[in-house]
Design a protein around this ligand. Structure first.
Ligand SMILES: [Zn+2]
Length: 225
């Protein structure tokens, strides 16, 4: 295969992957109607694939995922891209290690965002997955770089792969789109458990040294070799 058809094949495979990952958002009840999206960086290219704007989850196909450049301009596709494209493109431009971004308004996590309150590190799962509390990013209006800037500035200060954008919802990042989807699922799960715990009393923070130890182990040792 020559270089051009290799890139085309990579994009084709990534279209299928990004489309299929959207099924996880509905499966775990992280989204309603057409809200939320998954995007992925095309490896080695200044390109991303993202959900089309306003298209129902049942109607997503590999073909209607929209290919954009890293300024959020459409390169290939009949649909306009998700309204979060500019924000996510900004994340890809500023954070070269990020290969996938997910956005949801998943209810428990978004209820923390509505209060502007970080999800505290009171479960080993929070330490494992997020390396500490899940931080809150600034209130930002859609339509320019401010959401993207808020995401990047908040996540640079943290080990967390998730940020609760105040009064809005969750953005997660990962080395791949699948990792970002996993972080979105885990974020909602811990948001719900810590919420439930709060109804009964004050959850107990995990000591900083244990947080580091848990995070280190989970990120480097856990799972299949
Ligand atoms: Zn949103």
């Amino acid at each position: 295969m020559n270089a051009v058809s290799e890139v085309a094949a990579t994009i084709q495979a990534l279209r299928r992957e990004v489309c299929a990952l959207h099924e996880q958002l509905t499966r775990y009840q992280l989204v309603v109607w057409t809200a939320g999206n998954v995007s992925a960086r095309v490896p080695g290219q200044d390109l991303l694939l993202i959900k089309p704007s306003g298209v129902a989850y049942d109607e997503l196909t590999p073909e209607n995922m929209v290919l954009c450049d890293l300024d959020g301009r459409v390169v290939e596709g009949d649909h306009s891209p998700s309204s979060d494209t500019e924000a996510e493109a900004y994340v890809y431009r500023q954070m070269p290690h990020v290969g996938g971004v997910v956005h949801t308004h998943s209810p428990y996590a978004t209820s923390w965002a509505a209060r502007g309150e970080p999800i505290p590190c009171v479960l080993t799962m929070v330490a494992d997955e997020f390396g500490g509390e899940i931080p809150v990013g600034p209130f930002a209006i859609i339509g320019d770089d401010s959401i993207g800037r808020g995401i990047v500035e908040t996540l640079r200060e943290s080990r967390s792969a998730a940020v609760l954008m105040q009064n809005h919802g969750v953005f997660t990042i990962g080395p791949t789109a699948r990792d970002a989807v996993k972080a979105a699922v885990m974020c909602e799960d811990v948001a719900r458990t810590v919420h439930l715990s709060r109804q009964l009393g004050q959850p107990i923070p995990i000591e900083e040294a244990y947080v580091d130890q848990l995070y280190e182990r989970y990120q480097n040792v856990y799972g299949q070799p």
